[in-house]
Design a protein around this ligand. Structure first.
Ligand code: NAD
Ligand code: ZN
Ligand code: ZN
Length: 378
């Protein structure tokens, strides 16, 4: 089968690889019909995530049709249409039973954290879903079976695999409530969906920050938010504090590791701390009001990071973060899409065959061709 494979820094190739097979009784094999590229995949090709083997299959935002089921599978049948959440989770452990599936205790044979499709040996060593077929373990728990009478096309549902529930969790977990001022850092796919959910949770003011013009435009036009290009300000965090009368109630960082910076530059920028263009977390620490909340949805990889702990402490700021526990949010968000409460498809700018993955990665990474989100079609 064809699959997108990791070759090294900024290098992916579509290769012919052996198709997956059932390894455990509760596995299924899914024939992938649509699969997206995520900002998290960019951290991989920027070399920010350790233990990424050469030729490893990337991808964690897939959906498709069940091709084969293990003999212990009861939740899913052959030919069911399923969404595959990026989180691999057993459904049995304490974390899975307490809505924290991204910290599943049993799915990662290599480490303490959870496991994700196509995201290095460190995060479980499970081949990813930018491929024609995918082995999905723990199929009695994780996959969401799309009801037979659903006529919605893949594009409306695909992002339930990750960025829709991720964005929703970011807003939910940070405690956004009626009347809040919310700042969303980043107008990539995750930031744009986060802006929609901030409004739906009752925010009275939503301010979006980025520096890519066409993404700021999209945020303003589609989500009706105020926008700020952070490169226009000497210190954008202080500017936000000023225009919000003391800072936002909640700041949601939908940036994380900045691919444009090497690890060394990131340390340098964190040390500069009160300089101009700087890491999102530094902006967040300044843009939030005293006693407010900063929620990190953007991924931070290194085990130890320089970050403005003193500012957080001095101003009683709550800091929340993590890999989103997406699985338990999917049924409700599916219903909302069916009911037309929100439509995630405005972020899709490119639909390409799987074979064109190298080009897709290039335009998404380099922010070329007004790219916001790419859907690959195997
Ligand atoms: P993306 O790369 O398309 O978007 C990031 C945006 O942030 C870009 O538009 C970029 O120009 C902007 N940006 C860069 N530096 C900035 C700064 N200092 N201030 C404001 N904006 C800045 O990626 P995406 O697909 O939208 O994903 C965003 C982040 O969410 C990534 O870090 C990704 O790994 C993470 N993510 C996390 C989870 C989770 O479970 N926590 C799930 C999915 C994605
Ligand atoms: Zn993702
Ligand atoms: Zn578990």
């Amino acid at each position: 089968m064809k699959a997108v494979t990791y070759q090294g820094m900024k290098d992916v190739k579509v290769k012919n690889v052996p198709a997956p097979s059932i390894l455990k009784d509760d596995d299924i094999i899914v024939k992938i019909t649509s699969t997206a590229i995520c900002g998290s995949d960019l951290h991989l090709i920027h070399g920010m995530i350790p233990n990424m083997p050469h030729d490893f299959i990337i991808g964690h935002e897939p959906m498709g049709i069940v091709e084969e089921v293990g003999r212990g599978v009861t939740k899913v049948k052959k030919d069911d249409r399923v969404i595959v959440p990026f989180t691999i989770a057993c459904g049995q452990c304490w974390y899975c039973q307490n809505d924290l599936e991204s910290q599943c205790d049993t799915s990662n044979p290599h480490g303490e954290s959870g496991a994700y499709f196509g995201y290095s040996e460190t995060f479980g060593g499970y081949p990813g879903g930018q491929a024609e077929y995918l082995r999905v373990p723990f199929a009695n728990f994780a996959p969401f079976v799309i009801p037979k009478d659903c006529e919605l096309e893949d594009e409306k549902l695909l992002f339930l695999s990750d960025i829709i529930p991720t964005a929703f969790w970011g807003v939910d977990n940070s405690g956004v409530k009626d009347g809040d001022t919310v700042v969303v850092l980043g107008c990539g796919p995750v930031g744009l969906l986060t802006q929609k959910f901030a409004w739906m949770k009752g925010a009275k003011r939503v301010i979006a920050v980025d520096y890519i013009g066409y993404r700021l435009e999209h945020a303003k036009k589609t989500n009706h938010v105020e926008t700020i290009d952070f490169t226009q300000y000497e210190n954008v965090g202080e500017y936000i504090k000023e225009i919000t009368g003391g800072g936002a109630d909640v700041v949601i960082d939908c940036v994380g590791l900045d691919g444009k910076m090497t690890a060394l530059e990131m340390i340098g920028s964190a040390l500069k701390m009160h300089g101009g263009a700087m890491g999102a977390i530094v902006i967040a620490s300044q843009a939030v009001r005293k006693g407010g909340t900063v929620q990190l949805v953007g991924v931070y990889g290194a085990r130890y990071n320089q970050f403005p702990l003193g500012d957080f402490f001095a101003r009683n700021i709550t800091l929340k973060m993590g890999q989103a526990p997406v699985i338990h949010y999917i049924p409700k968000l599916y219903e909302w899409i069916v009911e037309g409460k929100f439509d995630p498809t405005d972020i899709i700018t490119h639909r390409l065959p799987l074979e064109e993955a190298p080009h897709a990665y290039e335009i998404f990474d380099e922010k070329k061709d007004n790219c916001i989100k790419v859907v690959l079609k195997p």
